[in-house]
Design a protein around this ligand. Sequence first.
Ligand code: 6R9
Length: 630
Amino acid sequence: MWLPCGCTSKYVASSFARRILASHLHVSGRSRCNVAAFMPEAAGFEGVSGRAALRELSVSNSESFWAAVARHRLSWSIPFHTVQDCDLSRGKIKWFEGGKLNVSVNCLDRHVHTCPERVALIWERDERGSEMKYTYRELLEMTCRVGNLLRRHGVKRGDCVTIYMPTCPLAVASMLACARIGAAHNVVFAGFSADALAERIRDAQSSTVITVNQGVRGGKVIELKKTVDTAVESCPTVKQVFVAMRTDNPVTMTARDIAMEEYVFSYHDGDVFGCVADIGWITGHSYVVYGPLANGATTVLFESTPIYPDPGRYWDMVERLKINQFYGAPTAIRLLLKYGDQWVNKYDRSTLKTLGSVGEPINTEAWEWYHRVVGDGRCPVVDTWWQTETGGICIAPRPSDPDAEIVPGMAMRPFFGIKPVLIDTEGELLTSNNTSGALCMAQPWPGMARTIHNNHQRFIETYFQPYPGYFFTGDGAYRSEEGYYQITGRLDDVINVSGHRIGTAEIEDVVNQCPAVAESAVIGYTHSIKGQGVYAFVVLKKGIDVKEADLSRQLNGMVSEKIAKYASPDFIQFAQRLPKTRSGKIMRRVLRKVVESDLEGLGDLSTLDDPAAVQEIIQGHEKLLSKNRP
Ligand code: 6R9
């Protein structure tokens, strides 16, 4: 994207943050002081002899730190003249002014010059065992072809192209092609309904959409082109829809549609970064596409589901693709834990070096299982906290000294250049340890969001007005005696029972420690005496045979003992599954509406992984109420 840096995509800037991350994901057994081994530009920093000193410098002199990283790790067509011009109190974020670079050149051309035959993408297709590999050279060729095609059809710099595709190489090439010709991309998660897609197309004012004839997921065919057809009926801006073939089944083409050609592929060996997120979510943008490619890594595109065709899918893939870093979501880990260790033990996981987790707090039981069973107790588990707005990982146990402790279920340490603070309800900065508050950032960093498209005022109101001078994350966190951070969940998920404030994640963590429980979701509901009461949804592990009443008593006892009596759930509803988005986040909004009996207000359910889960929850809730009329 040949844009002046003030308005370039945040992925450009955050990519080098990820390059340091990539090196920390490889960390093991390095000497304490050998900073230059993973960050050669640190040699230019006087007096910096270890990681701790480097981290200190990245905050106290963040300008020199980020300038060195940006110069060393990115190719600029015009060098920047000003490192940063940021003012958090006004929501003004500008990095590397005067500089110009192209993110697709940084992700592709640079590596094609040095190692054209290195594998860039490994596409783990839904059909197990049919993976395909694409080298950097091939990905560059594919990207150029898509870019030329778009240009031939009138797409120009500044346009916004909507991409509605499953996680596949052509989707990555389409993203990079947009970046290459200076167009913005609006990647819409391929699980969204026609209405949700149409809204996003209109919002982006796209005249071009790229899609595939059909998607396949978990063995099922998904009619993506038909969804696009329905969506564009209410999108007058759309002039053309490019259609690639993911399956062999022809689809009806209209005058608006343009068929895309097939591509070539070949097989090579390489280092393998396995982030199983969908490209439609931020984790897919940053850690499937831009981060790994900017680092010249080989990245896996996972098209399937963790239990298709069976619950061994991830680990079979780790063995087959020789994955070194595996990055997934707690929800999937909890799901797999339910099926037992045998699905993991069947496969050779000796290539794994680091296991990552993102998206939600990872409860202690899931963390330990991930570490002990999946990682054979030898791979560090990194619980990485970040959000769409931060662009990349902000708090994670690594990088740190290789032998530094990792506490289960804690994101722990701020990343280079990140300065988290905790603020209380009165807006006062909390300076001591062993305290909880609203998680804010006291300093800008290059990967952070710069605006909300077409709504800069909302950007300022949401992130900079709640705590003037700070970037507000919306999450709550606890800082331990040792100064480590633990995320306690979204602040709007905090409940207040008889004047006691408690994060729902804390109660869930205790409930999940019960050996019969696979996962849980706790929400607050209006209670005439206590202000708010505690309502827990609990999913049991497969094959568990217990009386619900006995288990409820046990869970109430555990919460009373480990937290306090007031936190113990008033209602426990056992469910087969919880309503989740396809990125694995529990839709608490839906659970709250069910408990408030506001079924009219359930809202847009199109991002749900499985809408039938909501019906089950509604029925279970009615059954529970009829038994326990309060
Ligand atoms: C990357 C991503 C962001 C929200 C974030 C927080 C939650 C993410 C977490 C975590 C606890 C972690 N979250 N990682 N909570 N521990 N390691 O998920 O982006 O979809 O924007 O969600 O997810 O609440 O604020 P996004």
